[in-house]
Design a protein around this ligand. Structure first.
Ligand code: ATP
Length: 629
């Protein structure tokens, strides 16, 4: 955690950002609109039926404002004509006026009903789309490499793509409404142009300043929120760390809450200040632009009234034109300001599509031009490290360098070395979570990269020291070792017996169905050693050809550790295994021991051989043995 905070404050020495972030240029915003077709295609593929219904209803609705205004005009003209007739003729009242009223009433009802239907379809389609894009996001993230997750730029992209799920559904309705309003606009503008074309110019003059203002402030708000992604990630982290079951213990013991809260306050206040200044400026300018818009409307109104008074248009036309102008103004304003939020949303789409454009690099590689090599069953010769070097992307030094050794098929190899020596890195390379930066790893004579990584991982079972404590029922917690066997209760129970997890589960009130972990209702937490037994059970569930246990017994008591290893030898007969441990009582059971230091090979041999050699291993062993005397 401190590392994390330190790295943030290194980027941001005073914990503050400059007041003005570079705004996103208009060109960038317009160019982001190119993502819209792909976006619409995605929406369409979510549910063609719902999308089609939505578009059809919106099209019908787009005609209704013009129709309603036109019927309104007919009513007024009828009424005026009727009032001019001598009163005795009123008996022969022209009932058509009432027909028009009924028609207008019908149009109003239809407008309302269609509006509701469209909103309903929007929300259904939006929900489906949000669900599907979350699923696609998870699926894609699962395909990516581990080092991509360790890259903070990638992480920010993922975060933005994830965070914008809701606004993508808003964007969907905005794009569809934009289309609908444009149809209405063209229809109404047609009427206005027929009457007096320059009124359209007046209309644009009234609306464009508001549009430009909107665009400007949307840009600023996107830039602000974009540039704050890392800080927001930190805010989330602080909020989570300050109040979660996993951290509560240490936060309390070390009295960290003030430290966390102060950092949170500092960051959130800073954001609040910058956002507030933006919001205030936006409100001020918005008021001014709205006044300009209203002035334009009343200018046009005065002109139309003057024409009516002069007798060149009827009262019905006056209502129609004034109504059209008012509506057009509203529509244009809506379209233009929506345009900036659509462009804004399209910028976020860029993050979304950027994320999906990322490709994993750890894939099967065709290095020899031969056909894909199937994973050997069983492994014949084993693995060979040939001058392997590895540097983490964000690491400054080599985690492993010039490492050459063989891991024979069926051999139990222990890795020994001080903290940070490179043991875990070595097993991550074996499991192809990363590829070597230099050198290569061979399996039965072929480069590991020539095998299908999914097939390779099927045949490798790794239990890392920082194994995941899944908040799942006990049985499923074991079954994650081979998830497709989660309904195979006998297999789960056997794995539990093999890893001694059965004794842990026997004590749980719900047995194999007992939820473990504290996150969910009724969950029961386990001790470190109990969790470790469950994690070990996953290795037995896996039944892989190569088993890797990274400090599998660190939290076990002496008796449990002894038992685990007695069983381990029995249960992994004929299988290849790699054990990482700092306990020499464990290490000595291995066939051979590889000692590494600073990522480099030091020595390899059996416990007896290495002791006889009197090298680094013998020294470390003596050191630990002295501790027991
Ligand atoms: N994800 C990572 N990004 C950058 N550097 C890393 C990463 N993981 C490990 N390292 C660095 O690589 C080196 C080797 O780490 P590794 O985890 O392999 O050591 P280890 O021998 O397993 O240590 P331990 O006994 O403490 O578990 C260390 O210097 C470590 O700081």
């Amino acid at each position: 955690m401190f590392e994390f905070l330190k790295s943030i404050s290194a980027k941001n020495p005073n914990g503050r950002r400059g007041p003005e972030q570079p705004a996103v240029s208009v060109r960038e915003r317009v160019s982001a609109l190119r993502h819209l077709p792909a976006f619409l295609k995605l929406i369409w593929s979510t549910s063609p039926r719902l999308a089609l219904a939505n578009i059809a209803l919106r099209l019908v609705r787009a005609f209704l404002p013009l129709a309603t205004l036109y019927v309104g005009r007919l009513i007024i003209d009828q009424v005026v004509a009727l009032t001019k007739l001598p009163s005795w003729t009123l008996n022969l009242i022209d009932v058509r006026v009432y027909h028009f009223v009924v028609l207008e009433f019908g149009l109003v009802l239809l407008t309302d009903a269609l509006g509701r239907a469209v909103a309903l379809l929007d929300s259904l389609l939006g929900d489906l789309f949000a669900n599907q894009s979350s699923i696609r996001l998870m699926e894609h993230a699962a395909r990516l490499d581990l080092d991509q997750f360790e890259d903070s730029t990638f992480y920010d992209k993922l975060e933005r793509a994830r965070r914008q799920t809701l606004s993508r559904t808003v964007l969907m309705s905005q794009v569809l409404s934009q289309g609908q309003d444009m149809v209405t606009l063209v229809l109404l503008a047609g009427g206005l142009v027929a009457f007096q074309p320059w009124l359209l110019g007046l209309l644009l003059l009234a609306v464009v300043p508001a549009f430009l203002g909107e665009s400007h402030f949307n840009e600023r708000s996107y830039s602000l929120s974009h540039s704050w992604t890392p800080e927001r990630r930190e805010l989330d982290y602080l909020r989570q760390t300050g109040a979660s079951d996993e951290t509560a213990k240490e936060v309390k013991i070390f009295g960290l809450s003030d430290f966390l809260i102060n950092r949170f306050r500092e960051l959130s206040d800073d954001f609040y200040r910058q956002n507030k200044s933006l919001v205030l400026r936006r409100a001020g300018w918005g008021t001014l632009f709205a006044a300009i818009g209203a002035a334009g409307y009343y200018g046009a109104y005065v002109y139309i009234i003057a024409r009516t008074v002069a007798g060149s248009i009827s009262l019905g036309q006056l209502t129609f034109l004034a109504g059209s102008f008012a509506r057009l103004r509203g529509l244009l304003e809506g379209i233009l300001s929506r345009f900036s939020s659509v462009a804004d949303g399209a910028l976020y789409l860029q993050d979304f599509f950027d994320f999906f454009a990322l490709r994993p690099r750890i894939v099967r590689q065709d290095l020899t031009g031969e056909r894909p090599i199937p994973f050997p069953r069983p492994i014949q010769q084993g693995f060979e490290f040939e001058n392997v070097g590895f540097q983490y992307k964000n690491g400054t030094k080599w985690a492993i360098r010039n490492l050459s050794f063989k891991l024979q098929a069926g051999e139990k190899l222990a890795l020994v070395g001080e903290n940070g020596a490179g043991k875990t890195t070595l097993v991550k390379l074996l499991a192809r979570l990363y590829d070597p930066t230099e050198g290569r790893i061979l399996l039965d004579g072929h480069d590991l990269r020539e095998y299908d990584p999914a097939e390779l991982r099927q045949e490798i079972g790794v239990i890392f020291q920082d194994f995941v404590r899944f908040q799942l029922p006990a049985g499923q917690n074991l079954a994650v070792g081979r998830i497709d066997e989660r309904h195979n209760q006998p297999r789960i129970e056997t794995a539990a017996q093999q890893s001694l997890a059965d004794t842990v589960i026997a004590k749980l009130p719900g047995g194999y169905d007992q939820m473990i972990g504290r996150r969910f209702n009724g969950g029961v937490d386990l001790s470190g050693g109990e969790w470790q037994k469950i994690a070990l059970g996953r290795a037995y569930m896996r039944d892989a050809q190569l088993l890797i246990l990274d400090e599998p017994t660190a939290a076990l008591d002496a008796r449990a550790e002894f038992e685990v290893f007695e069983r381990f030898k029995e249960l992994t007969q004929g299988k290849t295994a790699v054990l990482i441990s700092h306990r020499f009582s464990t290490v000595r059971m291995a066939d051979r021991i590889l000692v590494i230091e600073n990522g480099q090979f030091v020595e390899i041999g059996s416990h007896e051989e290495l002791l006889a050699k009197g090298g680094r291993y013998a020294e470390l062993f003596a050191l630990q043995a002295a501790g027991y005397r």
